[in-house]
Design a protein. Structure first.
Length: 190
């Protein structure tokens, strides 16, 4: 009995001494402004920065870092803003929207010295975020002729990674809330 008690105390003491390296907050906003009650494709796209969506709140970041010692921020965005429907998913970006994301990333990582997770908030879908997660074609669904391919998805990530290759504080979240069985097949193909 004494041995079990000492083991339990040792385990608790070990856990109490553990250091938490990452403490984070999700900065939602870059994925907003596109909901359509009538499922109107393209509704709210691209949207107006600072009105329909915003990637981060700098004052909020300041409070989290300076007062609460938070050092990790998830920055969510829509693929359709970075890769407009006119050009499709891939390595061709809207430079306007990329610049807005880059400004957010640089504020978090360079100005504040924290880490940033870039996270497309698309549920593994592309081309119609009007009523996510139920609208839009599933990336990699070969039975859907309007779906983006896994190659296009790979090209997107290749381009984004290339643009942030020199920033060691950028972390990539491949996709927010993948929520369809066919996606697991897509991931195996990638």
């Amino acid at each position: 009995m004494l041995g079990k008690t000492l083991t339990a105390v040792a385990l608790l003491a070990g856990n109490a001494a553990a250091k938490i390296f990452y403490a984070g907050v999700a900065e939602s906003g870059g994925e907003f402004g596109v909901y359509s009650p009538t499922a109107e494709v393209g509704f709210g796209l691209p949207g107006t920065f600072g009105v329909d969506y915003k990637f981060i709140d700098e004052a909020g970041i300041d409070v989290y870092v300076d007062q609460n010692k938070v050092n990790l921020f998830r920055v969510a965005f829509l693929l359709e803003r970075l890769c407009p429907l006119e050009t499709g998913l891939g390595a061709t970006f809207s430079e306007t929207h990329f610049s807005e994301i880059e400004d957010a990333v640089n504020y978090i990582t360079v100005t504040k010295g924290a880490y940033c997770i870039l996270d497309p908030h698309n549920y593994m879908r592309y081309n119609d975020p009007s009523q996510q997660p139920m609208t839009g074609s599933i990336i990699g669904d070969t039975s859907d002729p309007t779906a983006a391919t896994t190659e296009q998805f790979g090209a997107f990530w290749g381009e984004l990674a290339k643009r942030f290759v020199d920033n060691e504080k950028v972390i990539f979240g491949l996709m927010n809330e993948v929520c369809h069985p066919i996606v697991y097949i897509s991931w195996q193909i990638c």
